[in-house]
Ligand binder design. Structure first.
Ligand code: AMP
Length: 176
């Protein structure tokens, strides 16, 4: 099964994605993790990515598309995967038009709640200014993808405001 996870930072995508990955026995692929790993390496590319991540802006499509495509070609993705953090823009969505996702799961939470949760999480890029920048980009560029996947008939909306187990069982029900 090929699944997309969509939602603002702090919506619980990573918690839910891990649980789904265990349940479905398919890999959970997180674009931000792949980029953070390279950004942590002592190379020119690592330095370049680190600067972009620290600005809260998006990494260029060319870099992200090639990393994601490379990752999805690995053997463990043959029976399916859960993708988080990609696509972030309509152009990125078009670049993976050839992948037939069964479901695009949208975890919905109010904007104020995302800010509250992210400030608590305390990742190095979770300072208020950068969070606001990422949320602004999310609402501007990523939310339009909901319409795109709705038109494809694969969008599933999940209320992200309950407890973890309840949200997970809602997801499992919707992907039967
Ligand atoms: P995340 O962990 O999803 O919040 O991503 C952390 C950072 O990685 C973002 O602020 C972007 O700079 C970068 N990033 C993650 N996914 C993408 C993507 N699909 N396209 C461009 N940049 C991305």
């Amino acid at each position: 099964m090929k699944i997309l996870l969509i939602g603002p930072q702090g919506s619980g995508k990573s918690t839910q994605g891990k649980l789904m990955s265990d349940y479905l026995n398919i890999p959970f692929i997180v674009t931000g993790d792949i980029l953070r790993e390279i950004a942590g390496s002592d190379t020119a590319e690592g330095k370049r990515l680190k600067e972009i991540l620290e600005s809260g802006n998006l990494v260029d499509d060319e870099t992200v598309v090639s990393l994601i495509k490379g990752r999805l070609q690995k053997d463990d993705c043959k029976t399916g995967f859960i993708l988080d953090g990609y696509p972030r823009t309509l152009e990125q969505a078009q670049s993976i038009e050839d992948i037939n996702f069964e479901k695009a799961i949208y975890i919905k939470i109010p904007k104020e709640e995302t800010l509250k949760r992210l400030l608590k999480r305390g990742r190095t890029d979770d300072i208020e200014e950068l969070i606001n920048r990422r949320l602004e980009l999310y609402f501007q560029q990523t939310e339009p993808l909901l319409e795109y996947y709705k038109n494809k008939g694969i969008l599933v909306e999940i209320d992200g405001m309950g407890d973890i187990e309840k949200i997970q069982s809602d997801i499992r029900e919707k992907i039967q």
